[in-house]
Design a protein around this ligand. Structure first.
Ligand SMILES: NC(=O)c1ccc[n+]([C@@H]2O[C@H](COP(=O)([O-])OP(=O)(O)OC[C@H]3O[C@@H](n4cnc5c(N)ncnc54)[C@H](O)[C@@H]3O)[C@@H](O)[C@H]2O)c1
Length: 312
């Protein structure tokens, strides 16, 4: 019988706790909730609370809080949410200097304790953080990926569904590019059960929805004073599942580009297939002239951010 899978959530904050909750409910495997020594009580408390919940909801996995790297040895999947989230008025890029140091330290430790793992980075600014994770760990690029596109696409799909007054599940749309103001909602592939969205929603309403999508994270931050966590956790869990069960989902994720979409040595949101080998394929799609230009602009913004990070 196959051994139970092991998942490590680095950062036991809002997203980390929700990740552990969703992973447990889906019985993806045993869960380690890791945080710094000062916060290990929070990690352990959340772990115990979630483990007790299993008795009510009917799942049975081990959930542990820890601040010891050794406990993470042999993890199949590591999801990194450590760092500080945005406060009202902050951009994701404002987090660069604080979170970069944290991600460097985590990468050094992952390299040591679980060199075979699949790493999903969530911490912001996302594209720079996942780039740093790959650089410091030296892990192969298919094993280091960033979560942003699924969340941005979910926001886009929700707003489109509400505008057209149709079921959310019938809307398929993708947001590519960097996880920031330059993100690229791809209208040319956006359909409502196969019908191109431009036939069902007017151009000016589409433009307003695109703008709301670009500000989707800030809208939540403004309301509750901190970042979203339910949907971000669900997005990262979707990626983890696709890896653990070899589902081969085609998902928009921040993947390492080495020539694809004209980018070199750069992480950016593109359609990928995630299976048992990690990012098994980067899917190249035709874009219209406007979308190509937007993607180039987005890549330039990501490059600038990464270079700013390298100077820190
Ligand atoms: N990629 C995305 O789409 C997306 C979406 C939402 C939020 N985020 C980002 O995710 C990150 C986490 O958000 P959150 O709301 O869970 O924040 P949070 O403040 O609730 O949790 C972060 C946790 O990280 C811990 N931490 C700090 N340094 C650490 C270290 N060296 N090792 C381990 N843990 C450490 C903190 O103690 C805290 O518990 C933020 O950077 C946020 O901007 C990304």
């Amino acid at each position: 019988m196959a051994a139970r899978k092991k998942l490590a959530m680095i950062g036991a904050g809002n997203i980390g706790g929700e990740l552990a909750a969703q992973a447990a409910r889906l019985e993806l495997g045993d869960v380690y909730l890791f945080d710094i020594p000062d916060k290990v009580g929070v990690a352990q408390g959340k772990a115990l609370d979630l483990e007790q919940r299993g008795s009510i909801l009917g799942y049975d996995v081990n959930i542990r809080g820890t601040s010891s790297w050794e406990d993470l040895a042999g993890s199949d999947v590591v999801i990194v949410t450590a760092g500080v989230p945005r406060r009202p008025g902050m951009s994701r890029d404002d987090l660069l200097s604080i979170n970069l140091k944290i991600v460097r330290d985590i990468a050094e430790n992952l390299k040591r304790v679980c060199p075979e793992t699949f790493v999903i980075v969530v911490s912001n600014p996302l594209d720079a953080m996942v780039h740093e994770m790959k650089k410091v760990t030296g892990f192969p690029s298919p094993k280091v990926v960033g979560m942003a596109g699924i969340l941005d696409s979910a926001r886009f799909q929700l707003f489109l569904a509400r505008e057209a007054n149709v079921a959310m599940t019938d809307v398929r749309a993708m947001v590519l590019g960097g996880h920031g103001e330059t993100m690229v909602p791809v209208l040319s592939y956006c359909t409502i059960n196969g019908i191109p969205v431009r036939q069902l929603i007017t151009q000016d309403r589409l433009q307003a929805i695109i703008e709301r999508t670009r500000e989707g994270g800030a809208e939540v931050v403004k309301l509750m004073g901190s970042s979203a966590f339910y949907a971000p956790a669900a997005a990262a869990i979707q990626m983890a599942r696709s890896y653990l069960f070899d589902e081969k989902r085609l998902l928009p994720c921040a993947a390492y580009l080495d020539g694809e979409y004209g980018c070199h040595d750069l992480y950016m949101g593109v359609p990928v297939v995630i299976g048992a080998n990690g990012v098994e394929k980067i899917v190249i799609i035709e874009l219209d002239a406007t979308e190509k230009q937007m993607l180039r602009n987005s890549a330039a913004a990501v490059r600038e951010l990464i270079e700013a990070g390298q100077r820190l």
